[in-house]
Design a protein around this ligand. Structure first.
Ligand code: NDP
Length: 281
């Protein structure tokens, strides 16, 4: 039995109902992978002990969530390319006896986005500048997006992200302040909600944008996984935009994690079906 685990500090749900655990276990069962994905609550001051424990027990790897994504780095042996740029890790992988930190959040988003649009050469506008936005902006830039516009409530965080993308990638990045009833510039190809606006239980919350600027043909991606049909997705669909919900990112980062840990190409339909069952879709 191999253990592939999640080291987490902030899950509100008990493990039995945790959608990520259920999704990963569904994939393991479907492919007959002899492993378990278990949820471990780890206090920040015990993170080093937890990683040493994972090494001692021979785990193939683990995911880690907030607040460990940055602090875990000092306990690892190296970083993948995008994780090194972001300085944030959500997936550790045992390779030739070394624990390497990767970031599969942004890669998962990119994989799901590519099912409807290739970001290469495109103008992308991303709302939010937190950890998820950081991962998404770096991967979009590495995938050849021409311009990445970050719109964030807090100016300092937004400008810091723009500097990170500008310094480390070939994409042009710019920051725009989030003015009231924000108008999406007409030349935009893709917008992404990478804020936490709309996340359960605040399901009626809307981005402060001018709905008229959601024009037909615009690709609108929301990374909120719960509920998958956010107000943004509903509004965008009603206005003729092409939409992508947050389950796509969750499923695809899981697929990449499983590939890293086991080499298996996991079946995304099985994983998504499990999430849809949990969310009652
Ligand atoms: P962070 O806390 O790091 O960042 C939150 C971001 O949302 C910040 O940019 C913050 O702005 C902004 N924000 C929050 N509330 C408001 C508001 N009322 N008005 C305007 N801006 C607001 O969180 P993460 O980046 O880690 O996660 C963001 C979301 O992404 C979460 O809801 C999470 O569930 C989702 N997520 C989904 C994944 C998936 O697989 N689908 C994977 C990872 C995350 P400011 O800087 O001004 O505070």
């Amino acid at each position: 039995m191999n253990f592939l685990s999640q080291i987490t500090g902030s899950f509100a749900m008990p493990a039995a109902e945790n959608p990520t655990v259920a999704m990963m276990d569904a994939a393991y069962r479907h492919h007959g992978i002899d492993a378990r994905y278990i949820n471990c609550e780890v206090a920040p001051e015990k993170l080093g002990d937890a990683v040493r424990g994972a090494r001692a027990m021979g785990w193939k790897g683990f995911n880690c969530s907030l607040p460990h994504k940055v602090s875990v780095i000092e306990h690892l042996d190296g970083l993948g390319e995008s994780a090194a740029i972001m300085q944030a890790v959500n997936c550790a992988v045992l390779r030739d006896g070394r624990l390497i930190g990767e970031n599969t959040d942004g890669k998962g988003f990119l994989k799901s986005l590519r099912e409807i649009a290739d970001p290469a050469g495109k103008q992308v506008l991303v709302f939010g500048a937190g950890g998820a936005s950081r991962a998404i902006c770096v991967e979009l830039a590495l995938a050849g997006a021409e311009r990445i516009t970050v719109v964030n409530r807090g100016k300092a965080r937004g400008e810091e992200l723009v500097k990170l993308v500008d310094t480390n990638t070939l994409a042009n990045a710019e920051f725009l302040p989030w003015s009231s009833s924000f108008r999406i510039p007409g030349e935009t190809d893709i917008i992404v909600n990478a804020t936490s606006i709309g996340l359960y239980p605040d399901i009626d919350a809307r981005l402060d944008i001018d709905p008229v600027s959601l024009t037909p043909g615009l690709v609108v991606a929301d990374i909120i996984p719960n509920p998958p049909r956010t107000r943004l997705i509903e509004d965008a669909q009603a206005r003729g935009c092409e939409v992508l919900d947050g389950l796509g990112m969750l499923v695809n980062q899981g697929i990449i994690n499983i590939k890293y840990w086991t080499g298996v190409d996991a079946n995304g339909a099985v994983m998504r079906a499990k999430l849809e069952e949990i969310f009652g879709l």
